[in-house]
Design a protein around this ligand. Sequence first.
Ligand code: PEP
Ligand code: MN
Length: 300
Amino acid sequence: MIENSFPGKDISQDDIQTKFPLCSKKSLDHKSIIKIENIEFGGDHVPVIAGPNTVESLELILKCAHHAKKCKIDLLRGGAYKPLTFPYRSKKYFETRSQGVAWLKEAKKETGLLTVSEIVHEDQLIEMKDSIDILQIGTRNMQNFPLLINCAKSGKPILLKRGFGSSIRDLLGAAEHILLEGNSRVILCERGIVAPHTHRASSRFLLDIQAVPALQEVTHLPVIVDPSHACFWAPWVPALAKASVACNADGIMLEFHPDPKNAAVDPLQPLSFEEIEDLIPNLAAVSEAANNRPLGAKNN
Ligand code: PEP
Ligand code: MN
């Protein structure tokens, strides 16, 4: 293997050939289509993943699933396992774990929506393998290589979120670990990075919109954006979502909640039912106008 003569945070020609040859594009128009049942990421269409931060209860996830269906959202998201930054969990700030996974499965059964949920430890594969359609690896675990490799070996599609302090070179390195295990169904997700100025005290991260074309220049893997986690502030989410779709993201992930103020986790972040319902047609219009790509999965 050729050594990188100028190691650094930027991507060199050596990197493309020797550090992540499997993730790298082989030609200018090389693009992988990741197919998950009837949904394609990286094709002409731009799928939408949305749902609450946490699968708080069966009632909540069913409500969200039905609303997602109404809004023509393609996949339902919700965390059952949450890597919380601080260890103290209150009555309100909790994980629903196996129970949450089972509730997501129930929501899928009732609405037919495919599900996306975060996995934080390989032991959870046993319960998530058959009930969750896309395993999310969160920002805090992007470089948890044993987790990446075990998830890769499960053969499940993986949504790999960019570490908030990671370069896109690091992100592609992490994705390469998955591809090297023979699992090519990897979707990359930009979800905000740390930066000295985030324009608001509660905005922990800054959406790196530039990461979308930068990644698409180098990799054939689909690149989606999660503006909700990037800005942490619901009033900014519609603008950032539109910007993401306009800059040709291959999908979008949004948080919504029936009662945002009382969301168990991150109550400043989710859109209300009404807000997401209003946003989806606007996103569709932007996507068509900017890139001639219909929003939503082909058959939905
Ligand atoms: C999430 O999607 O709920 C989440 C915790 O995301 P991130 O890993 O990007 O913070
Ligand atoms: Mn979250």
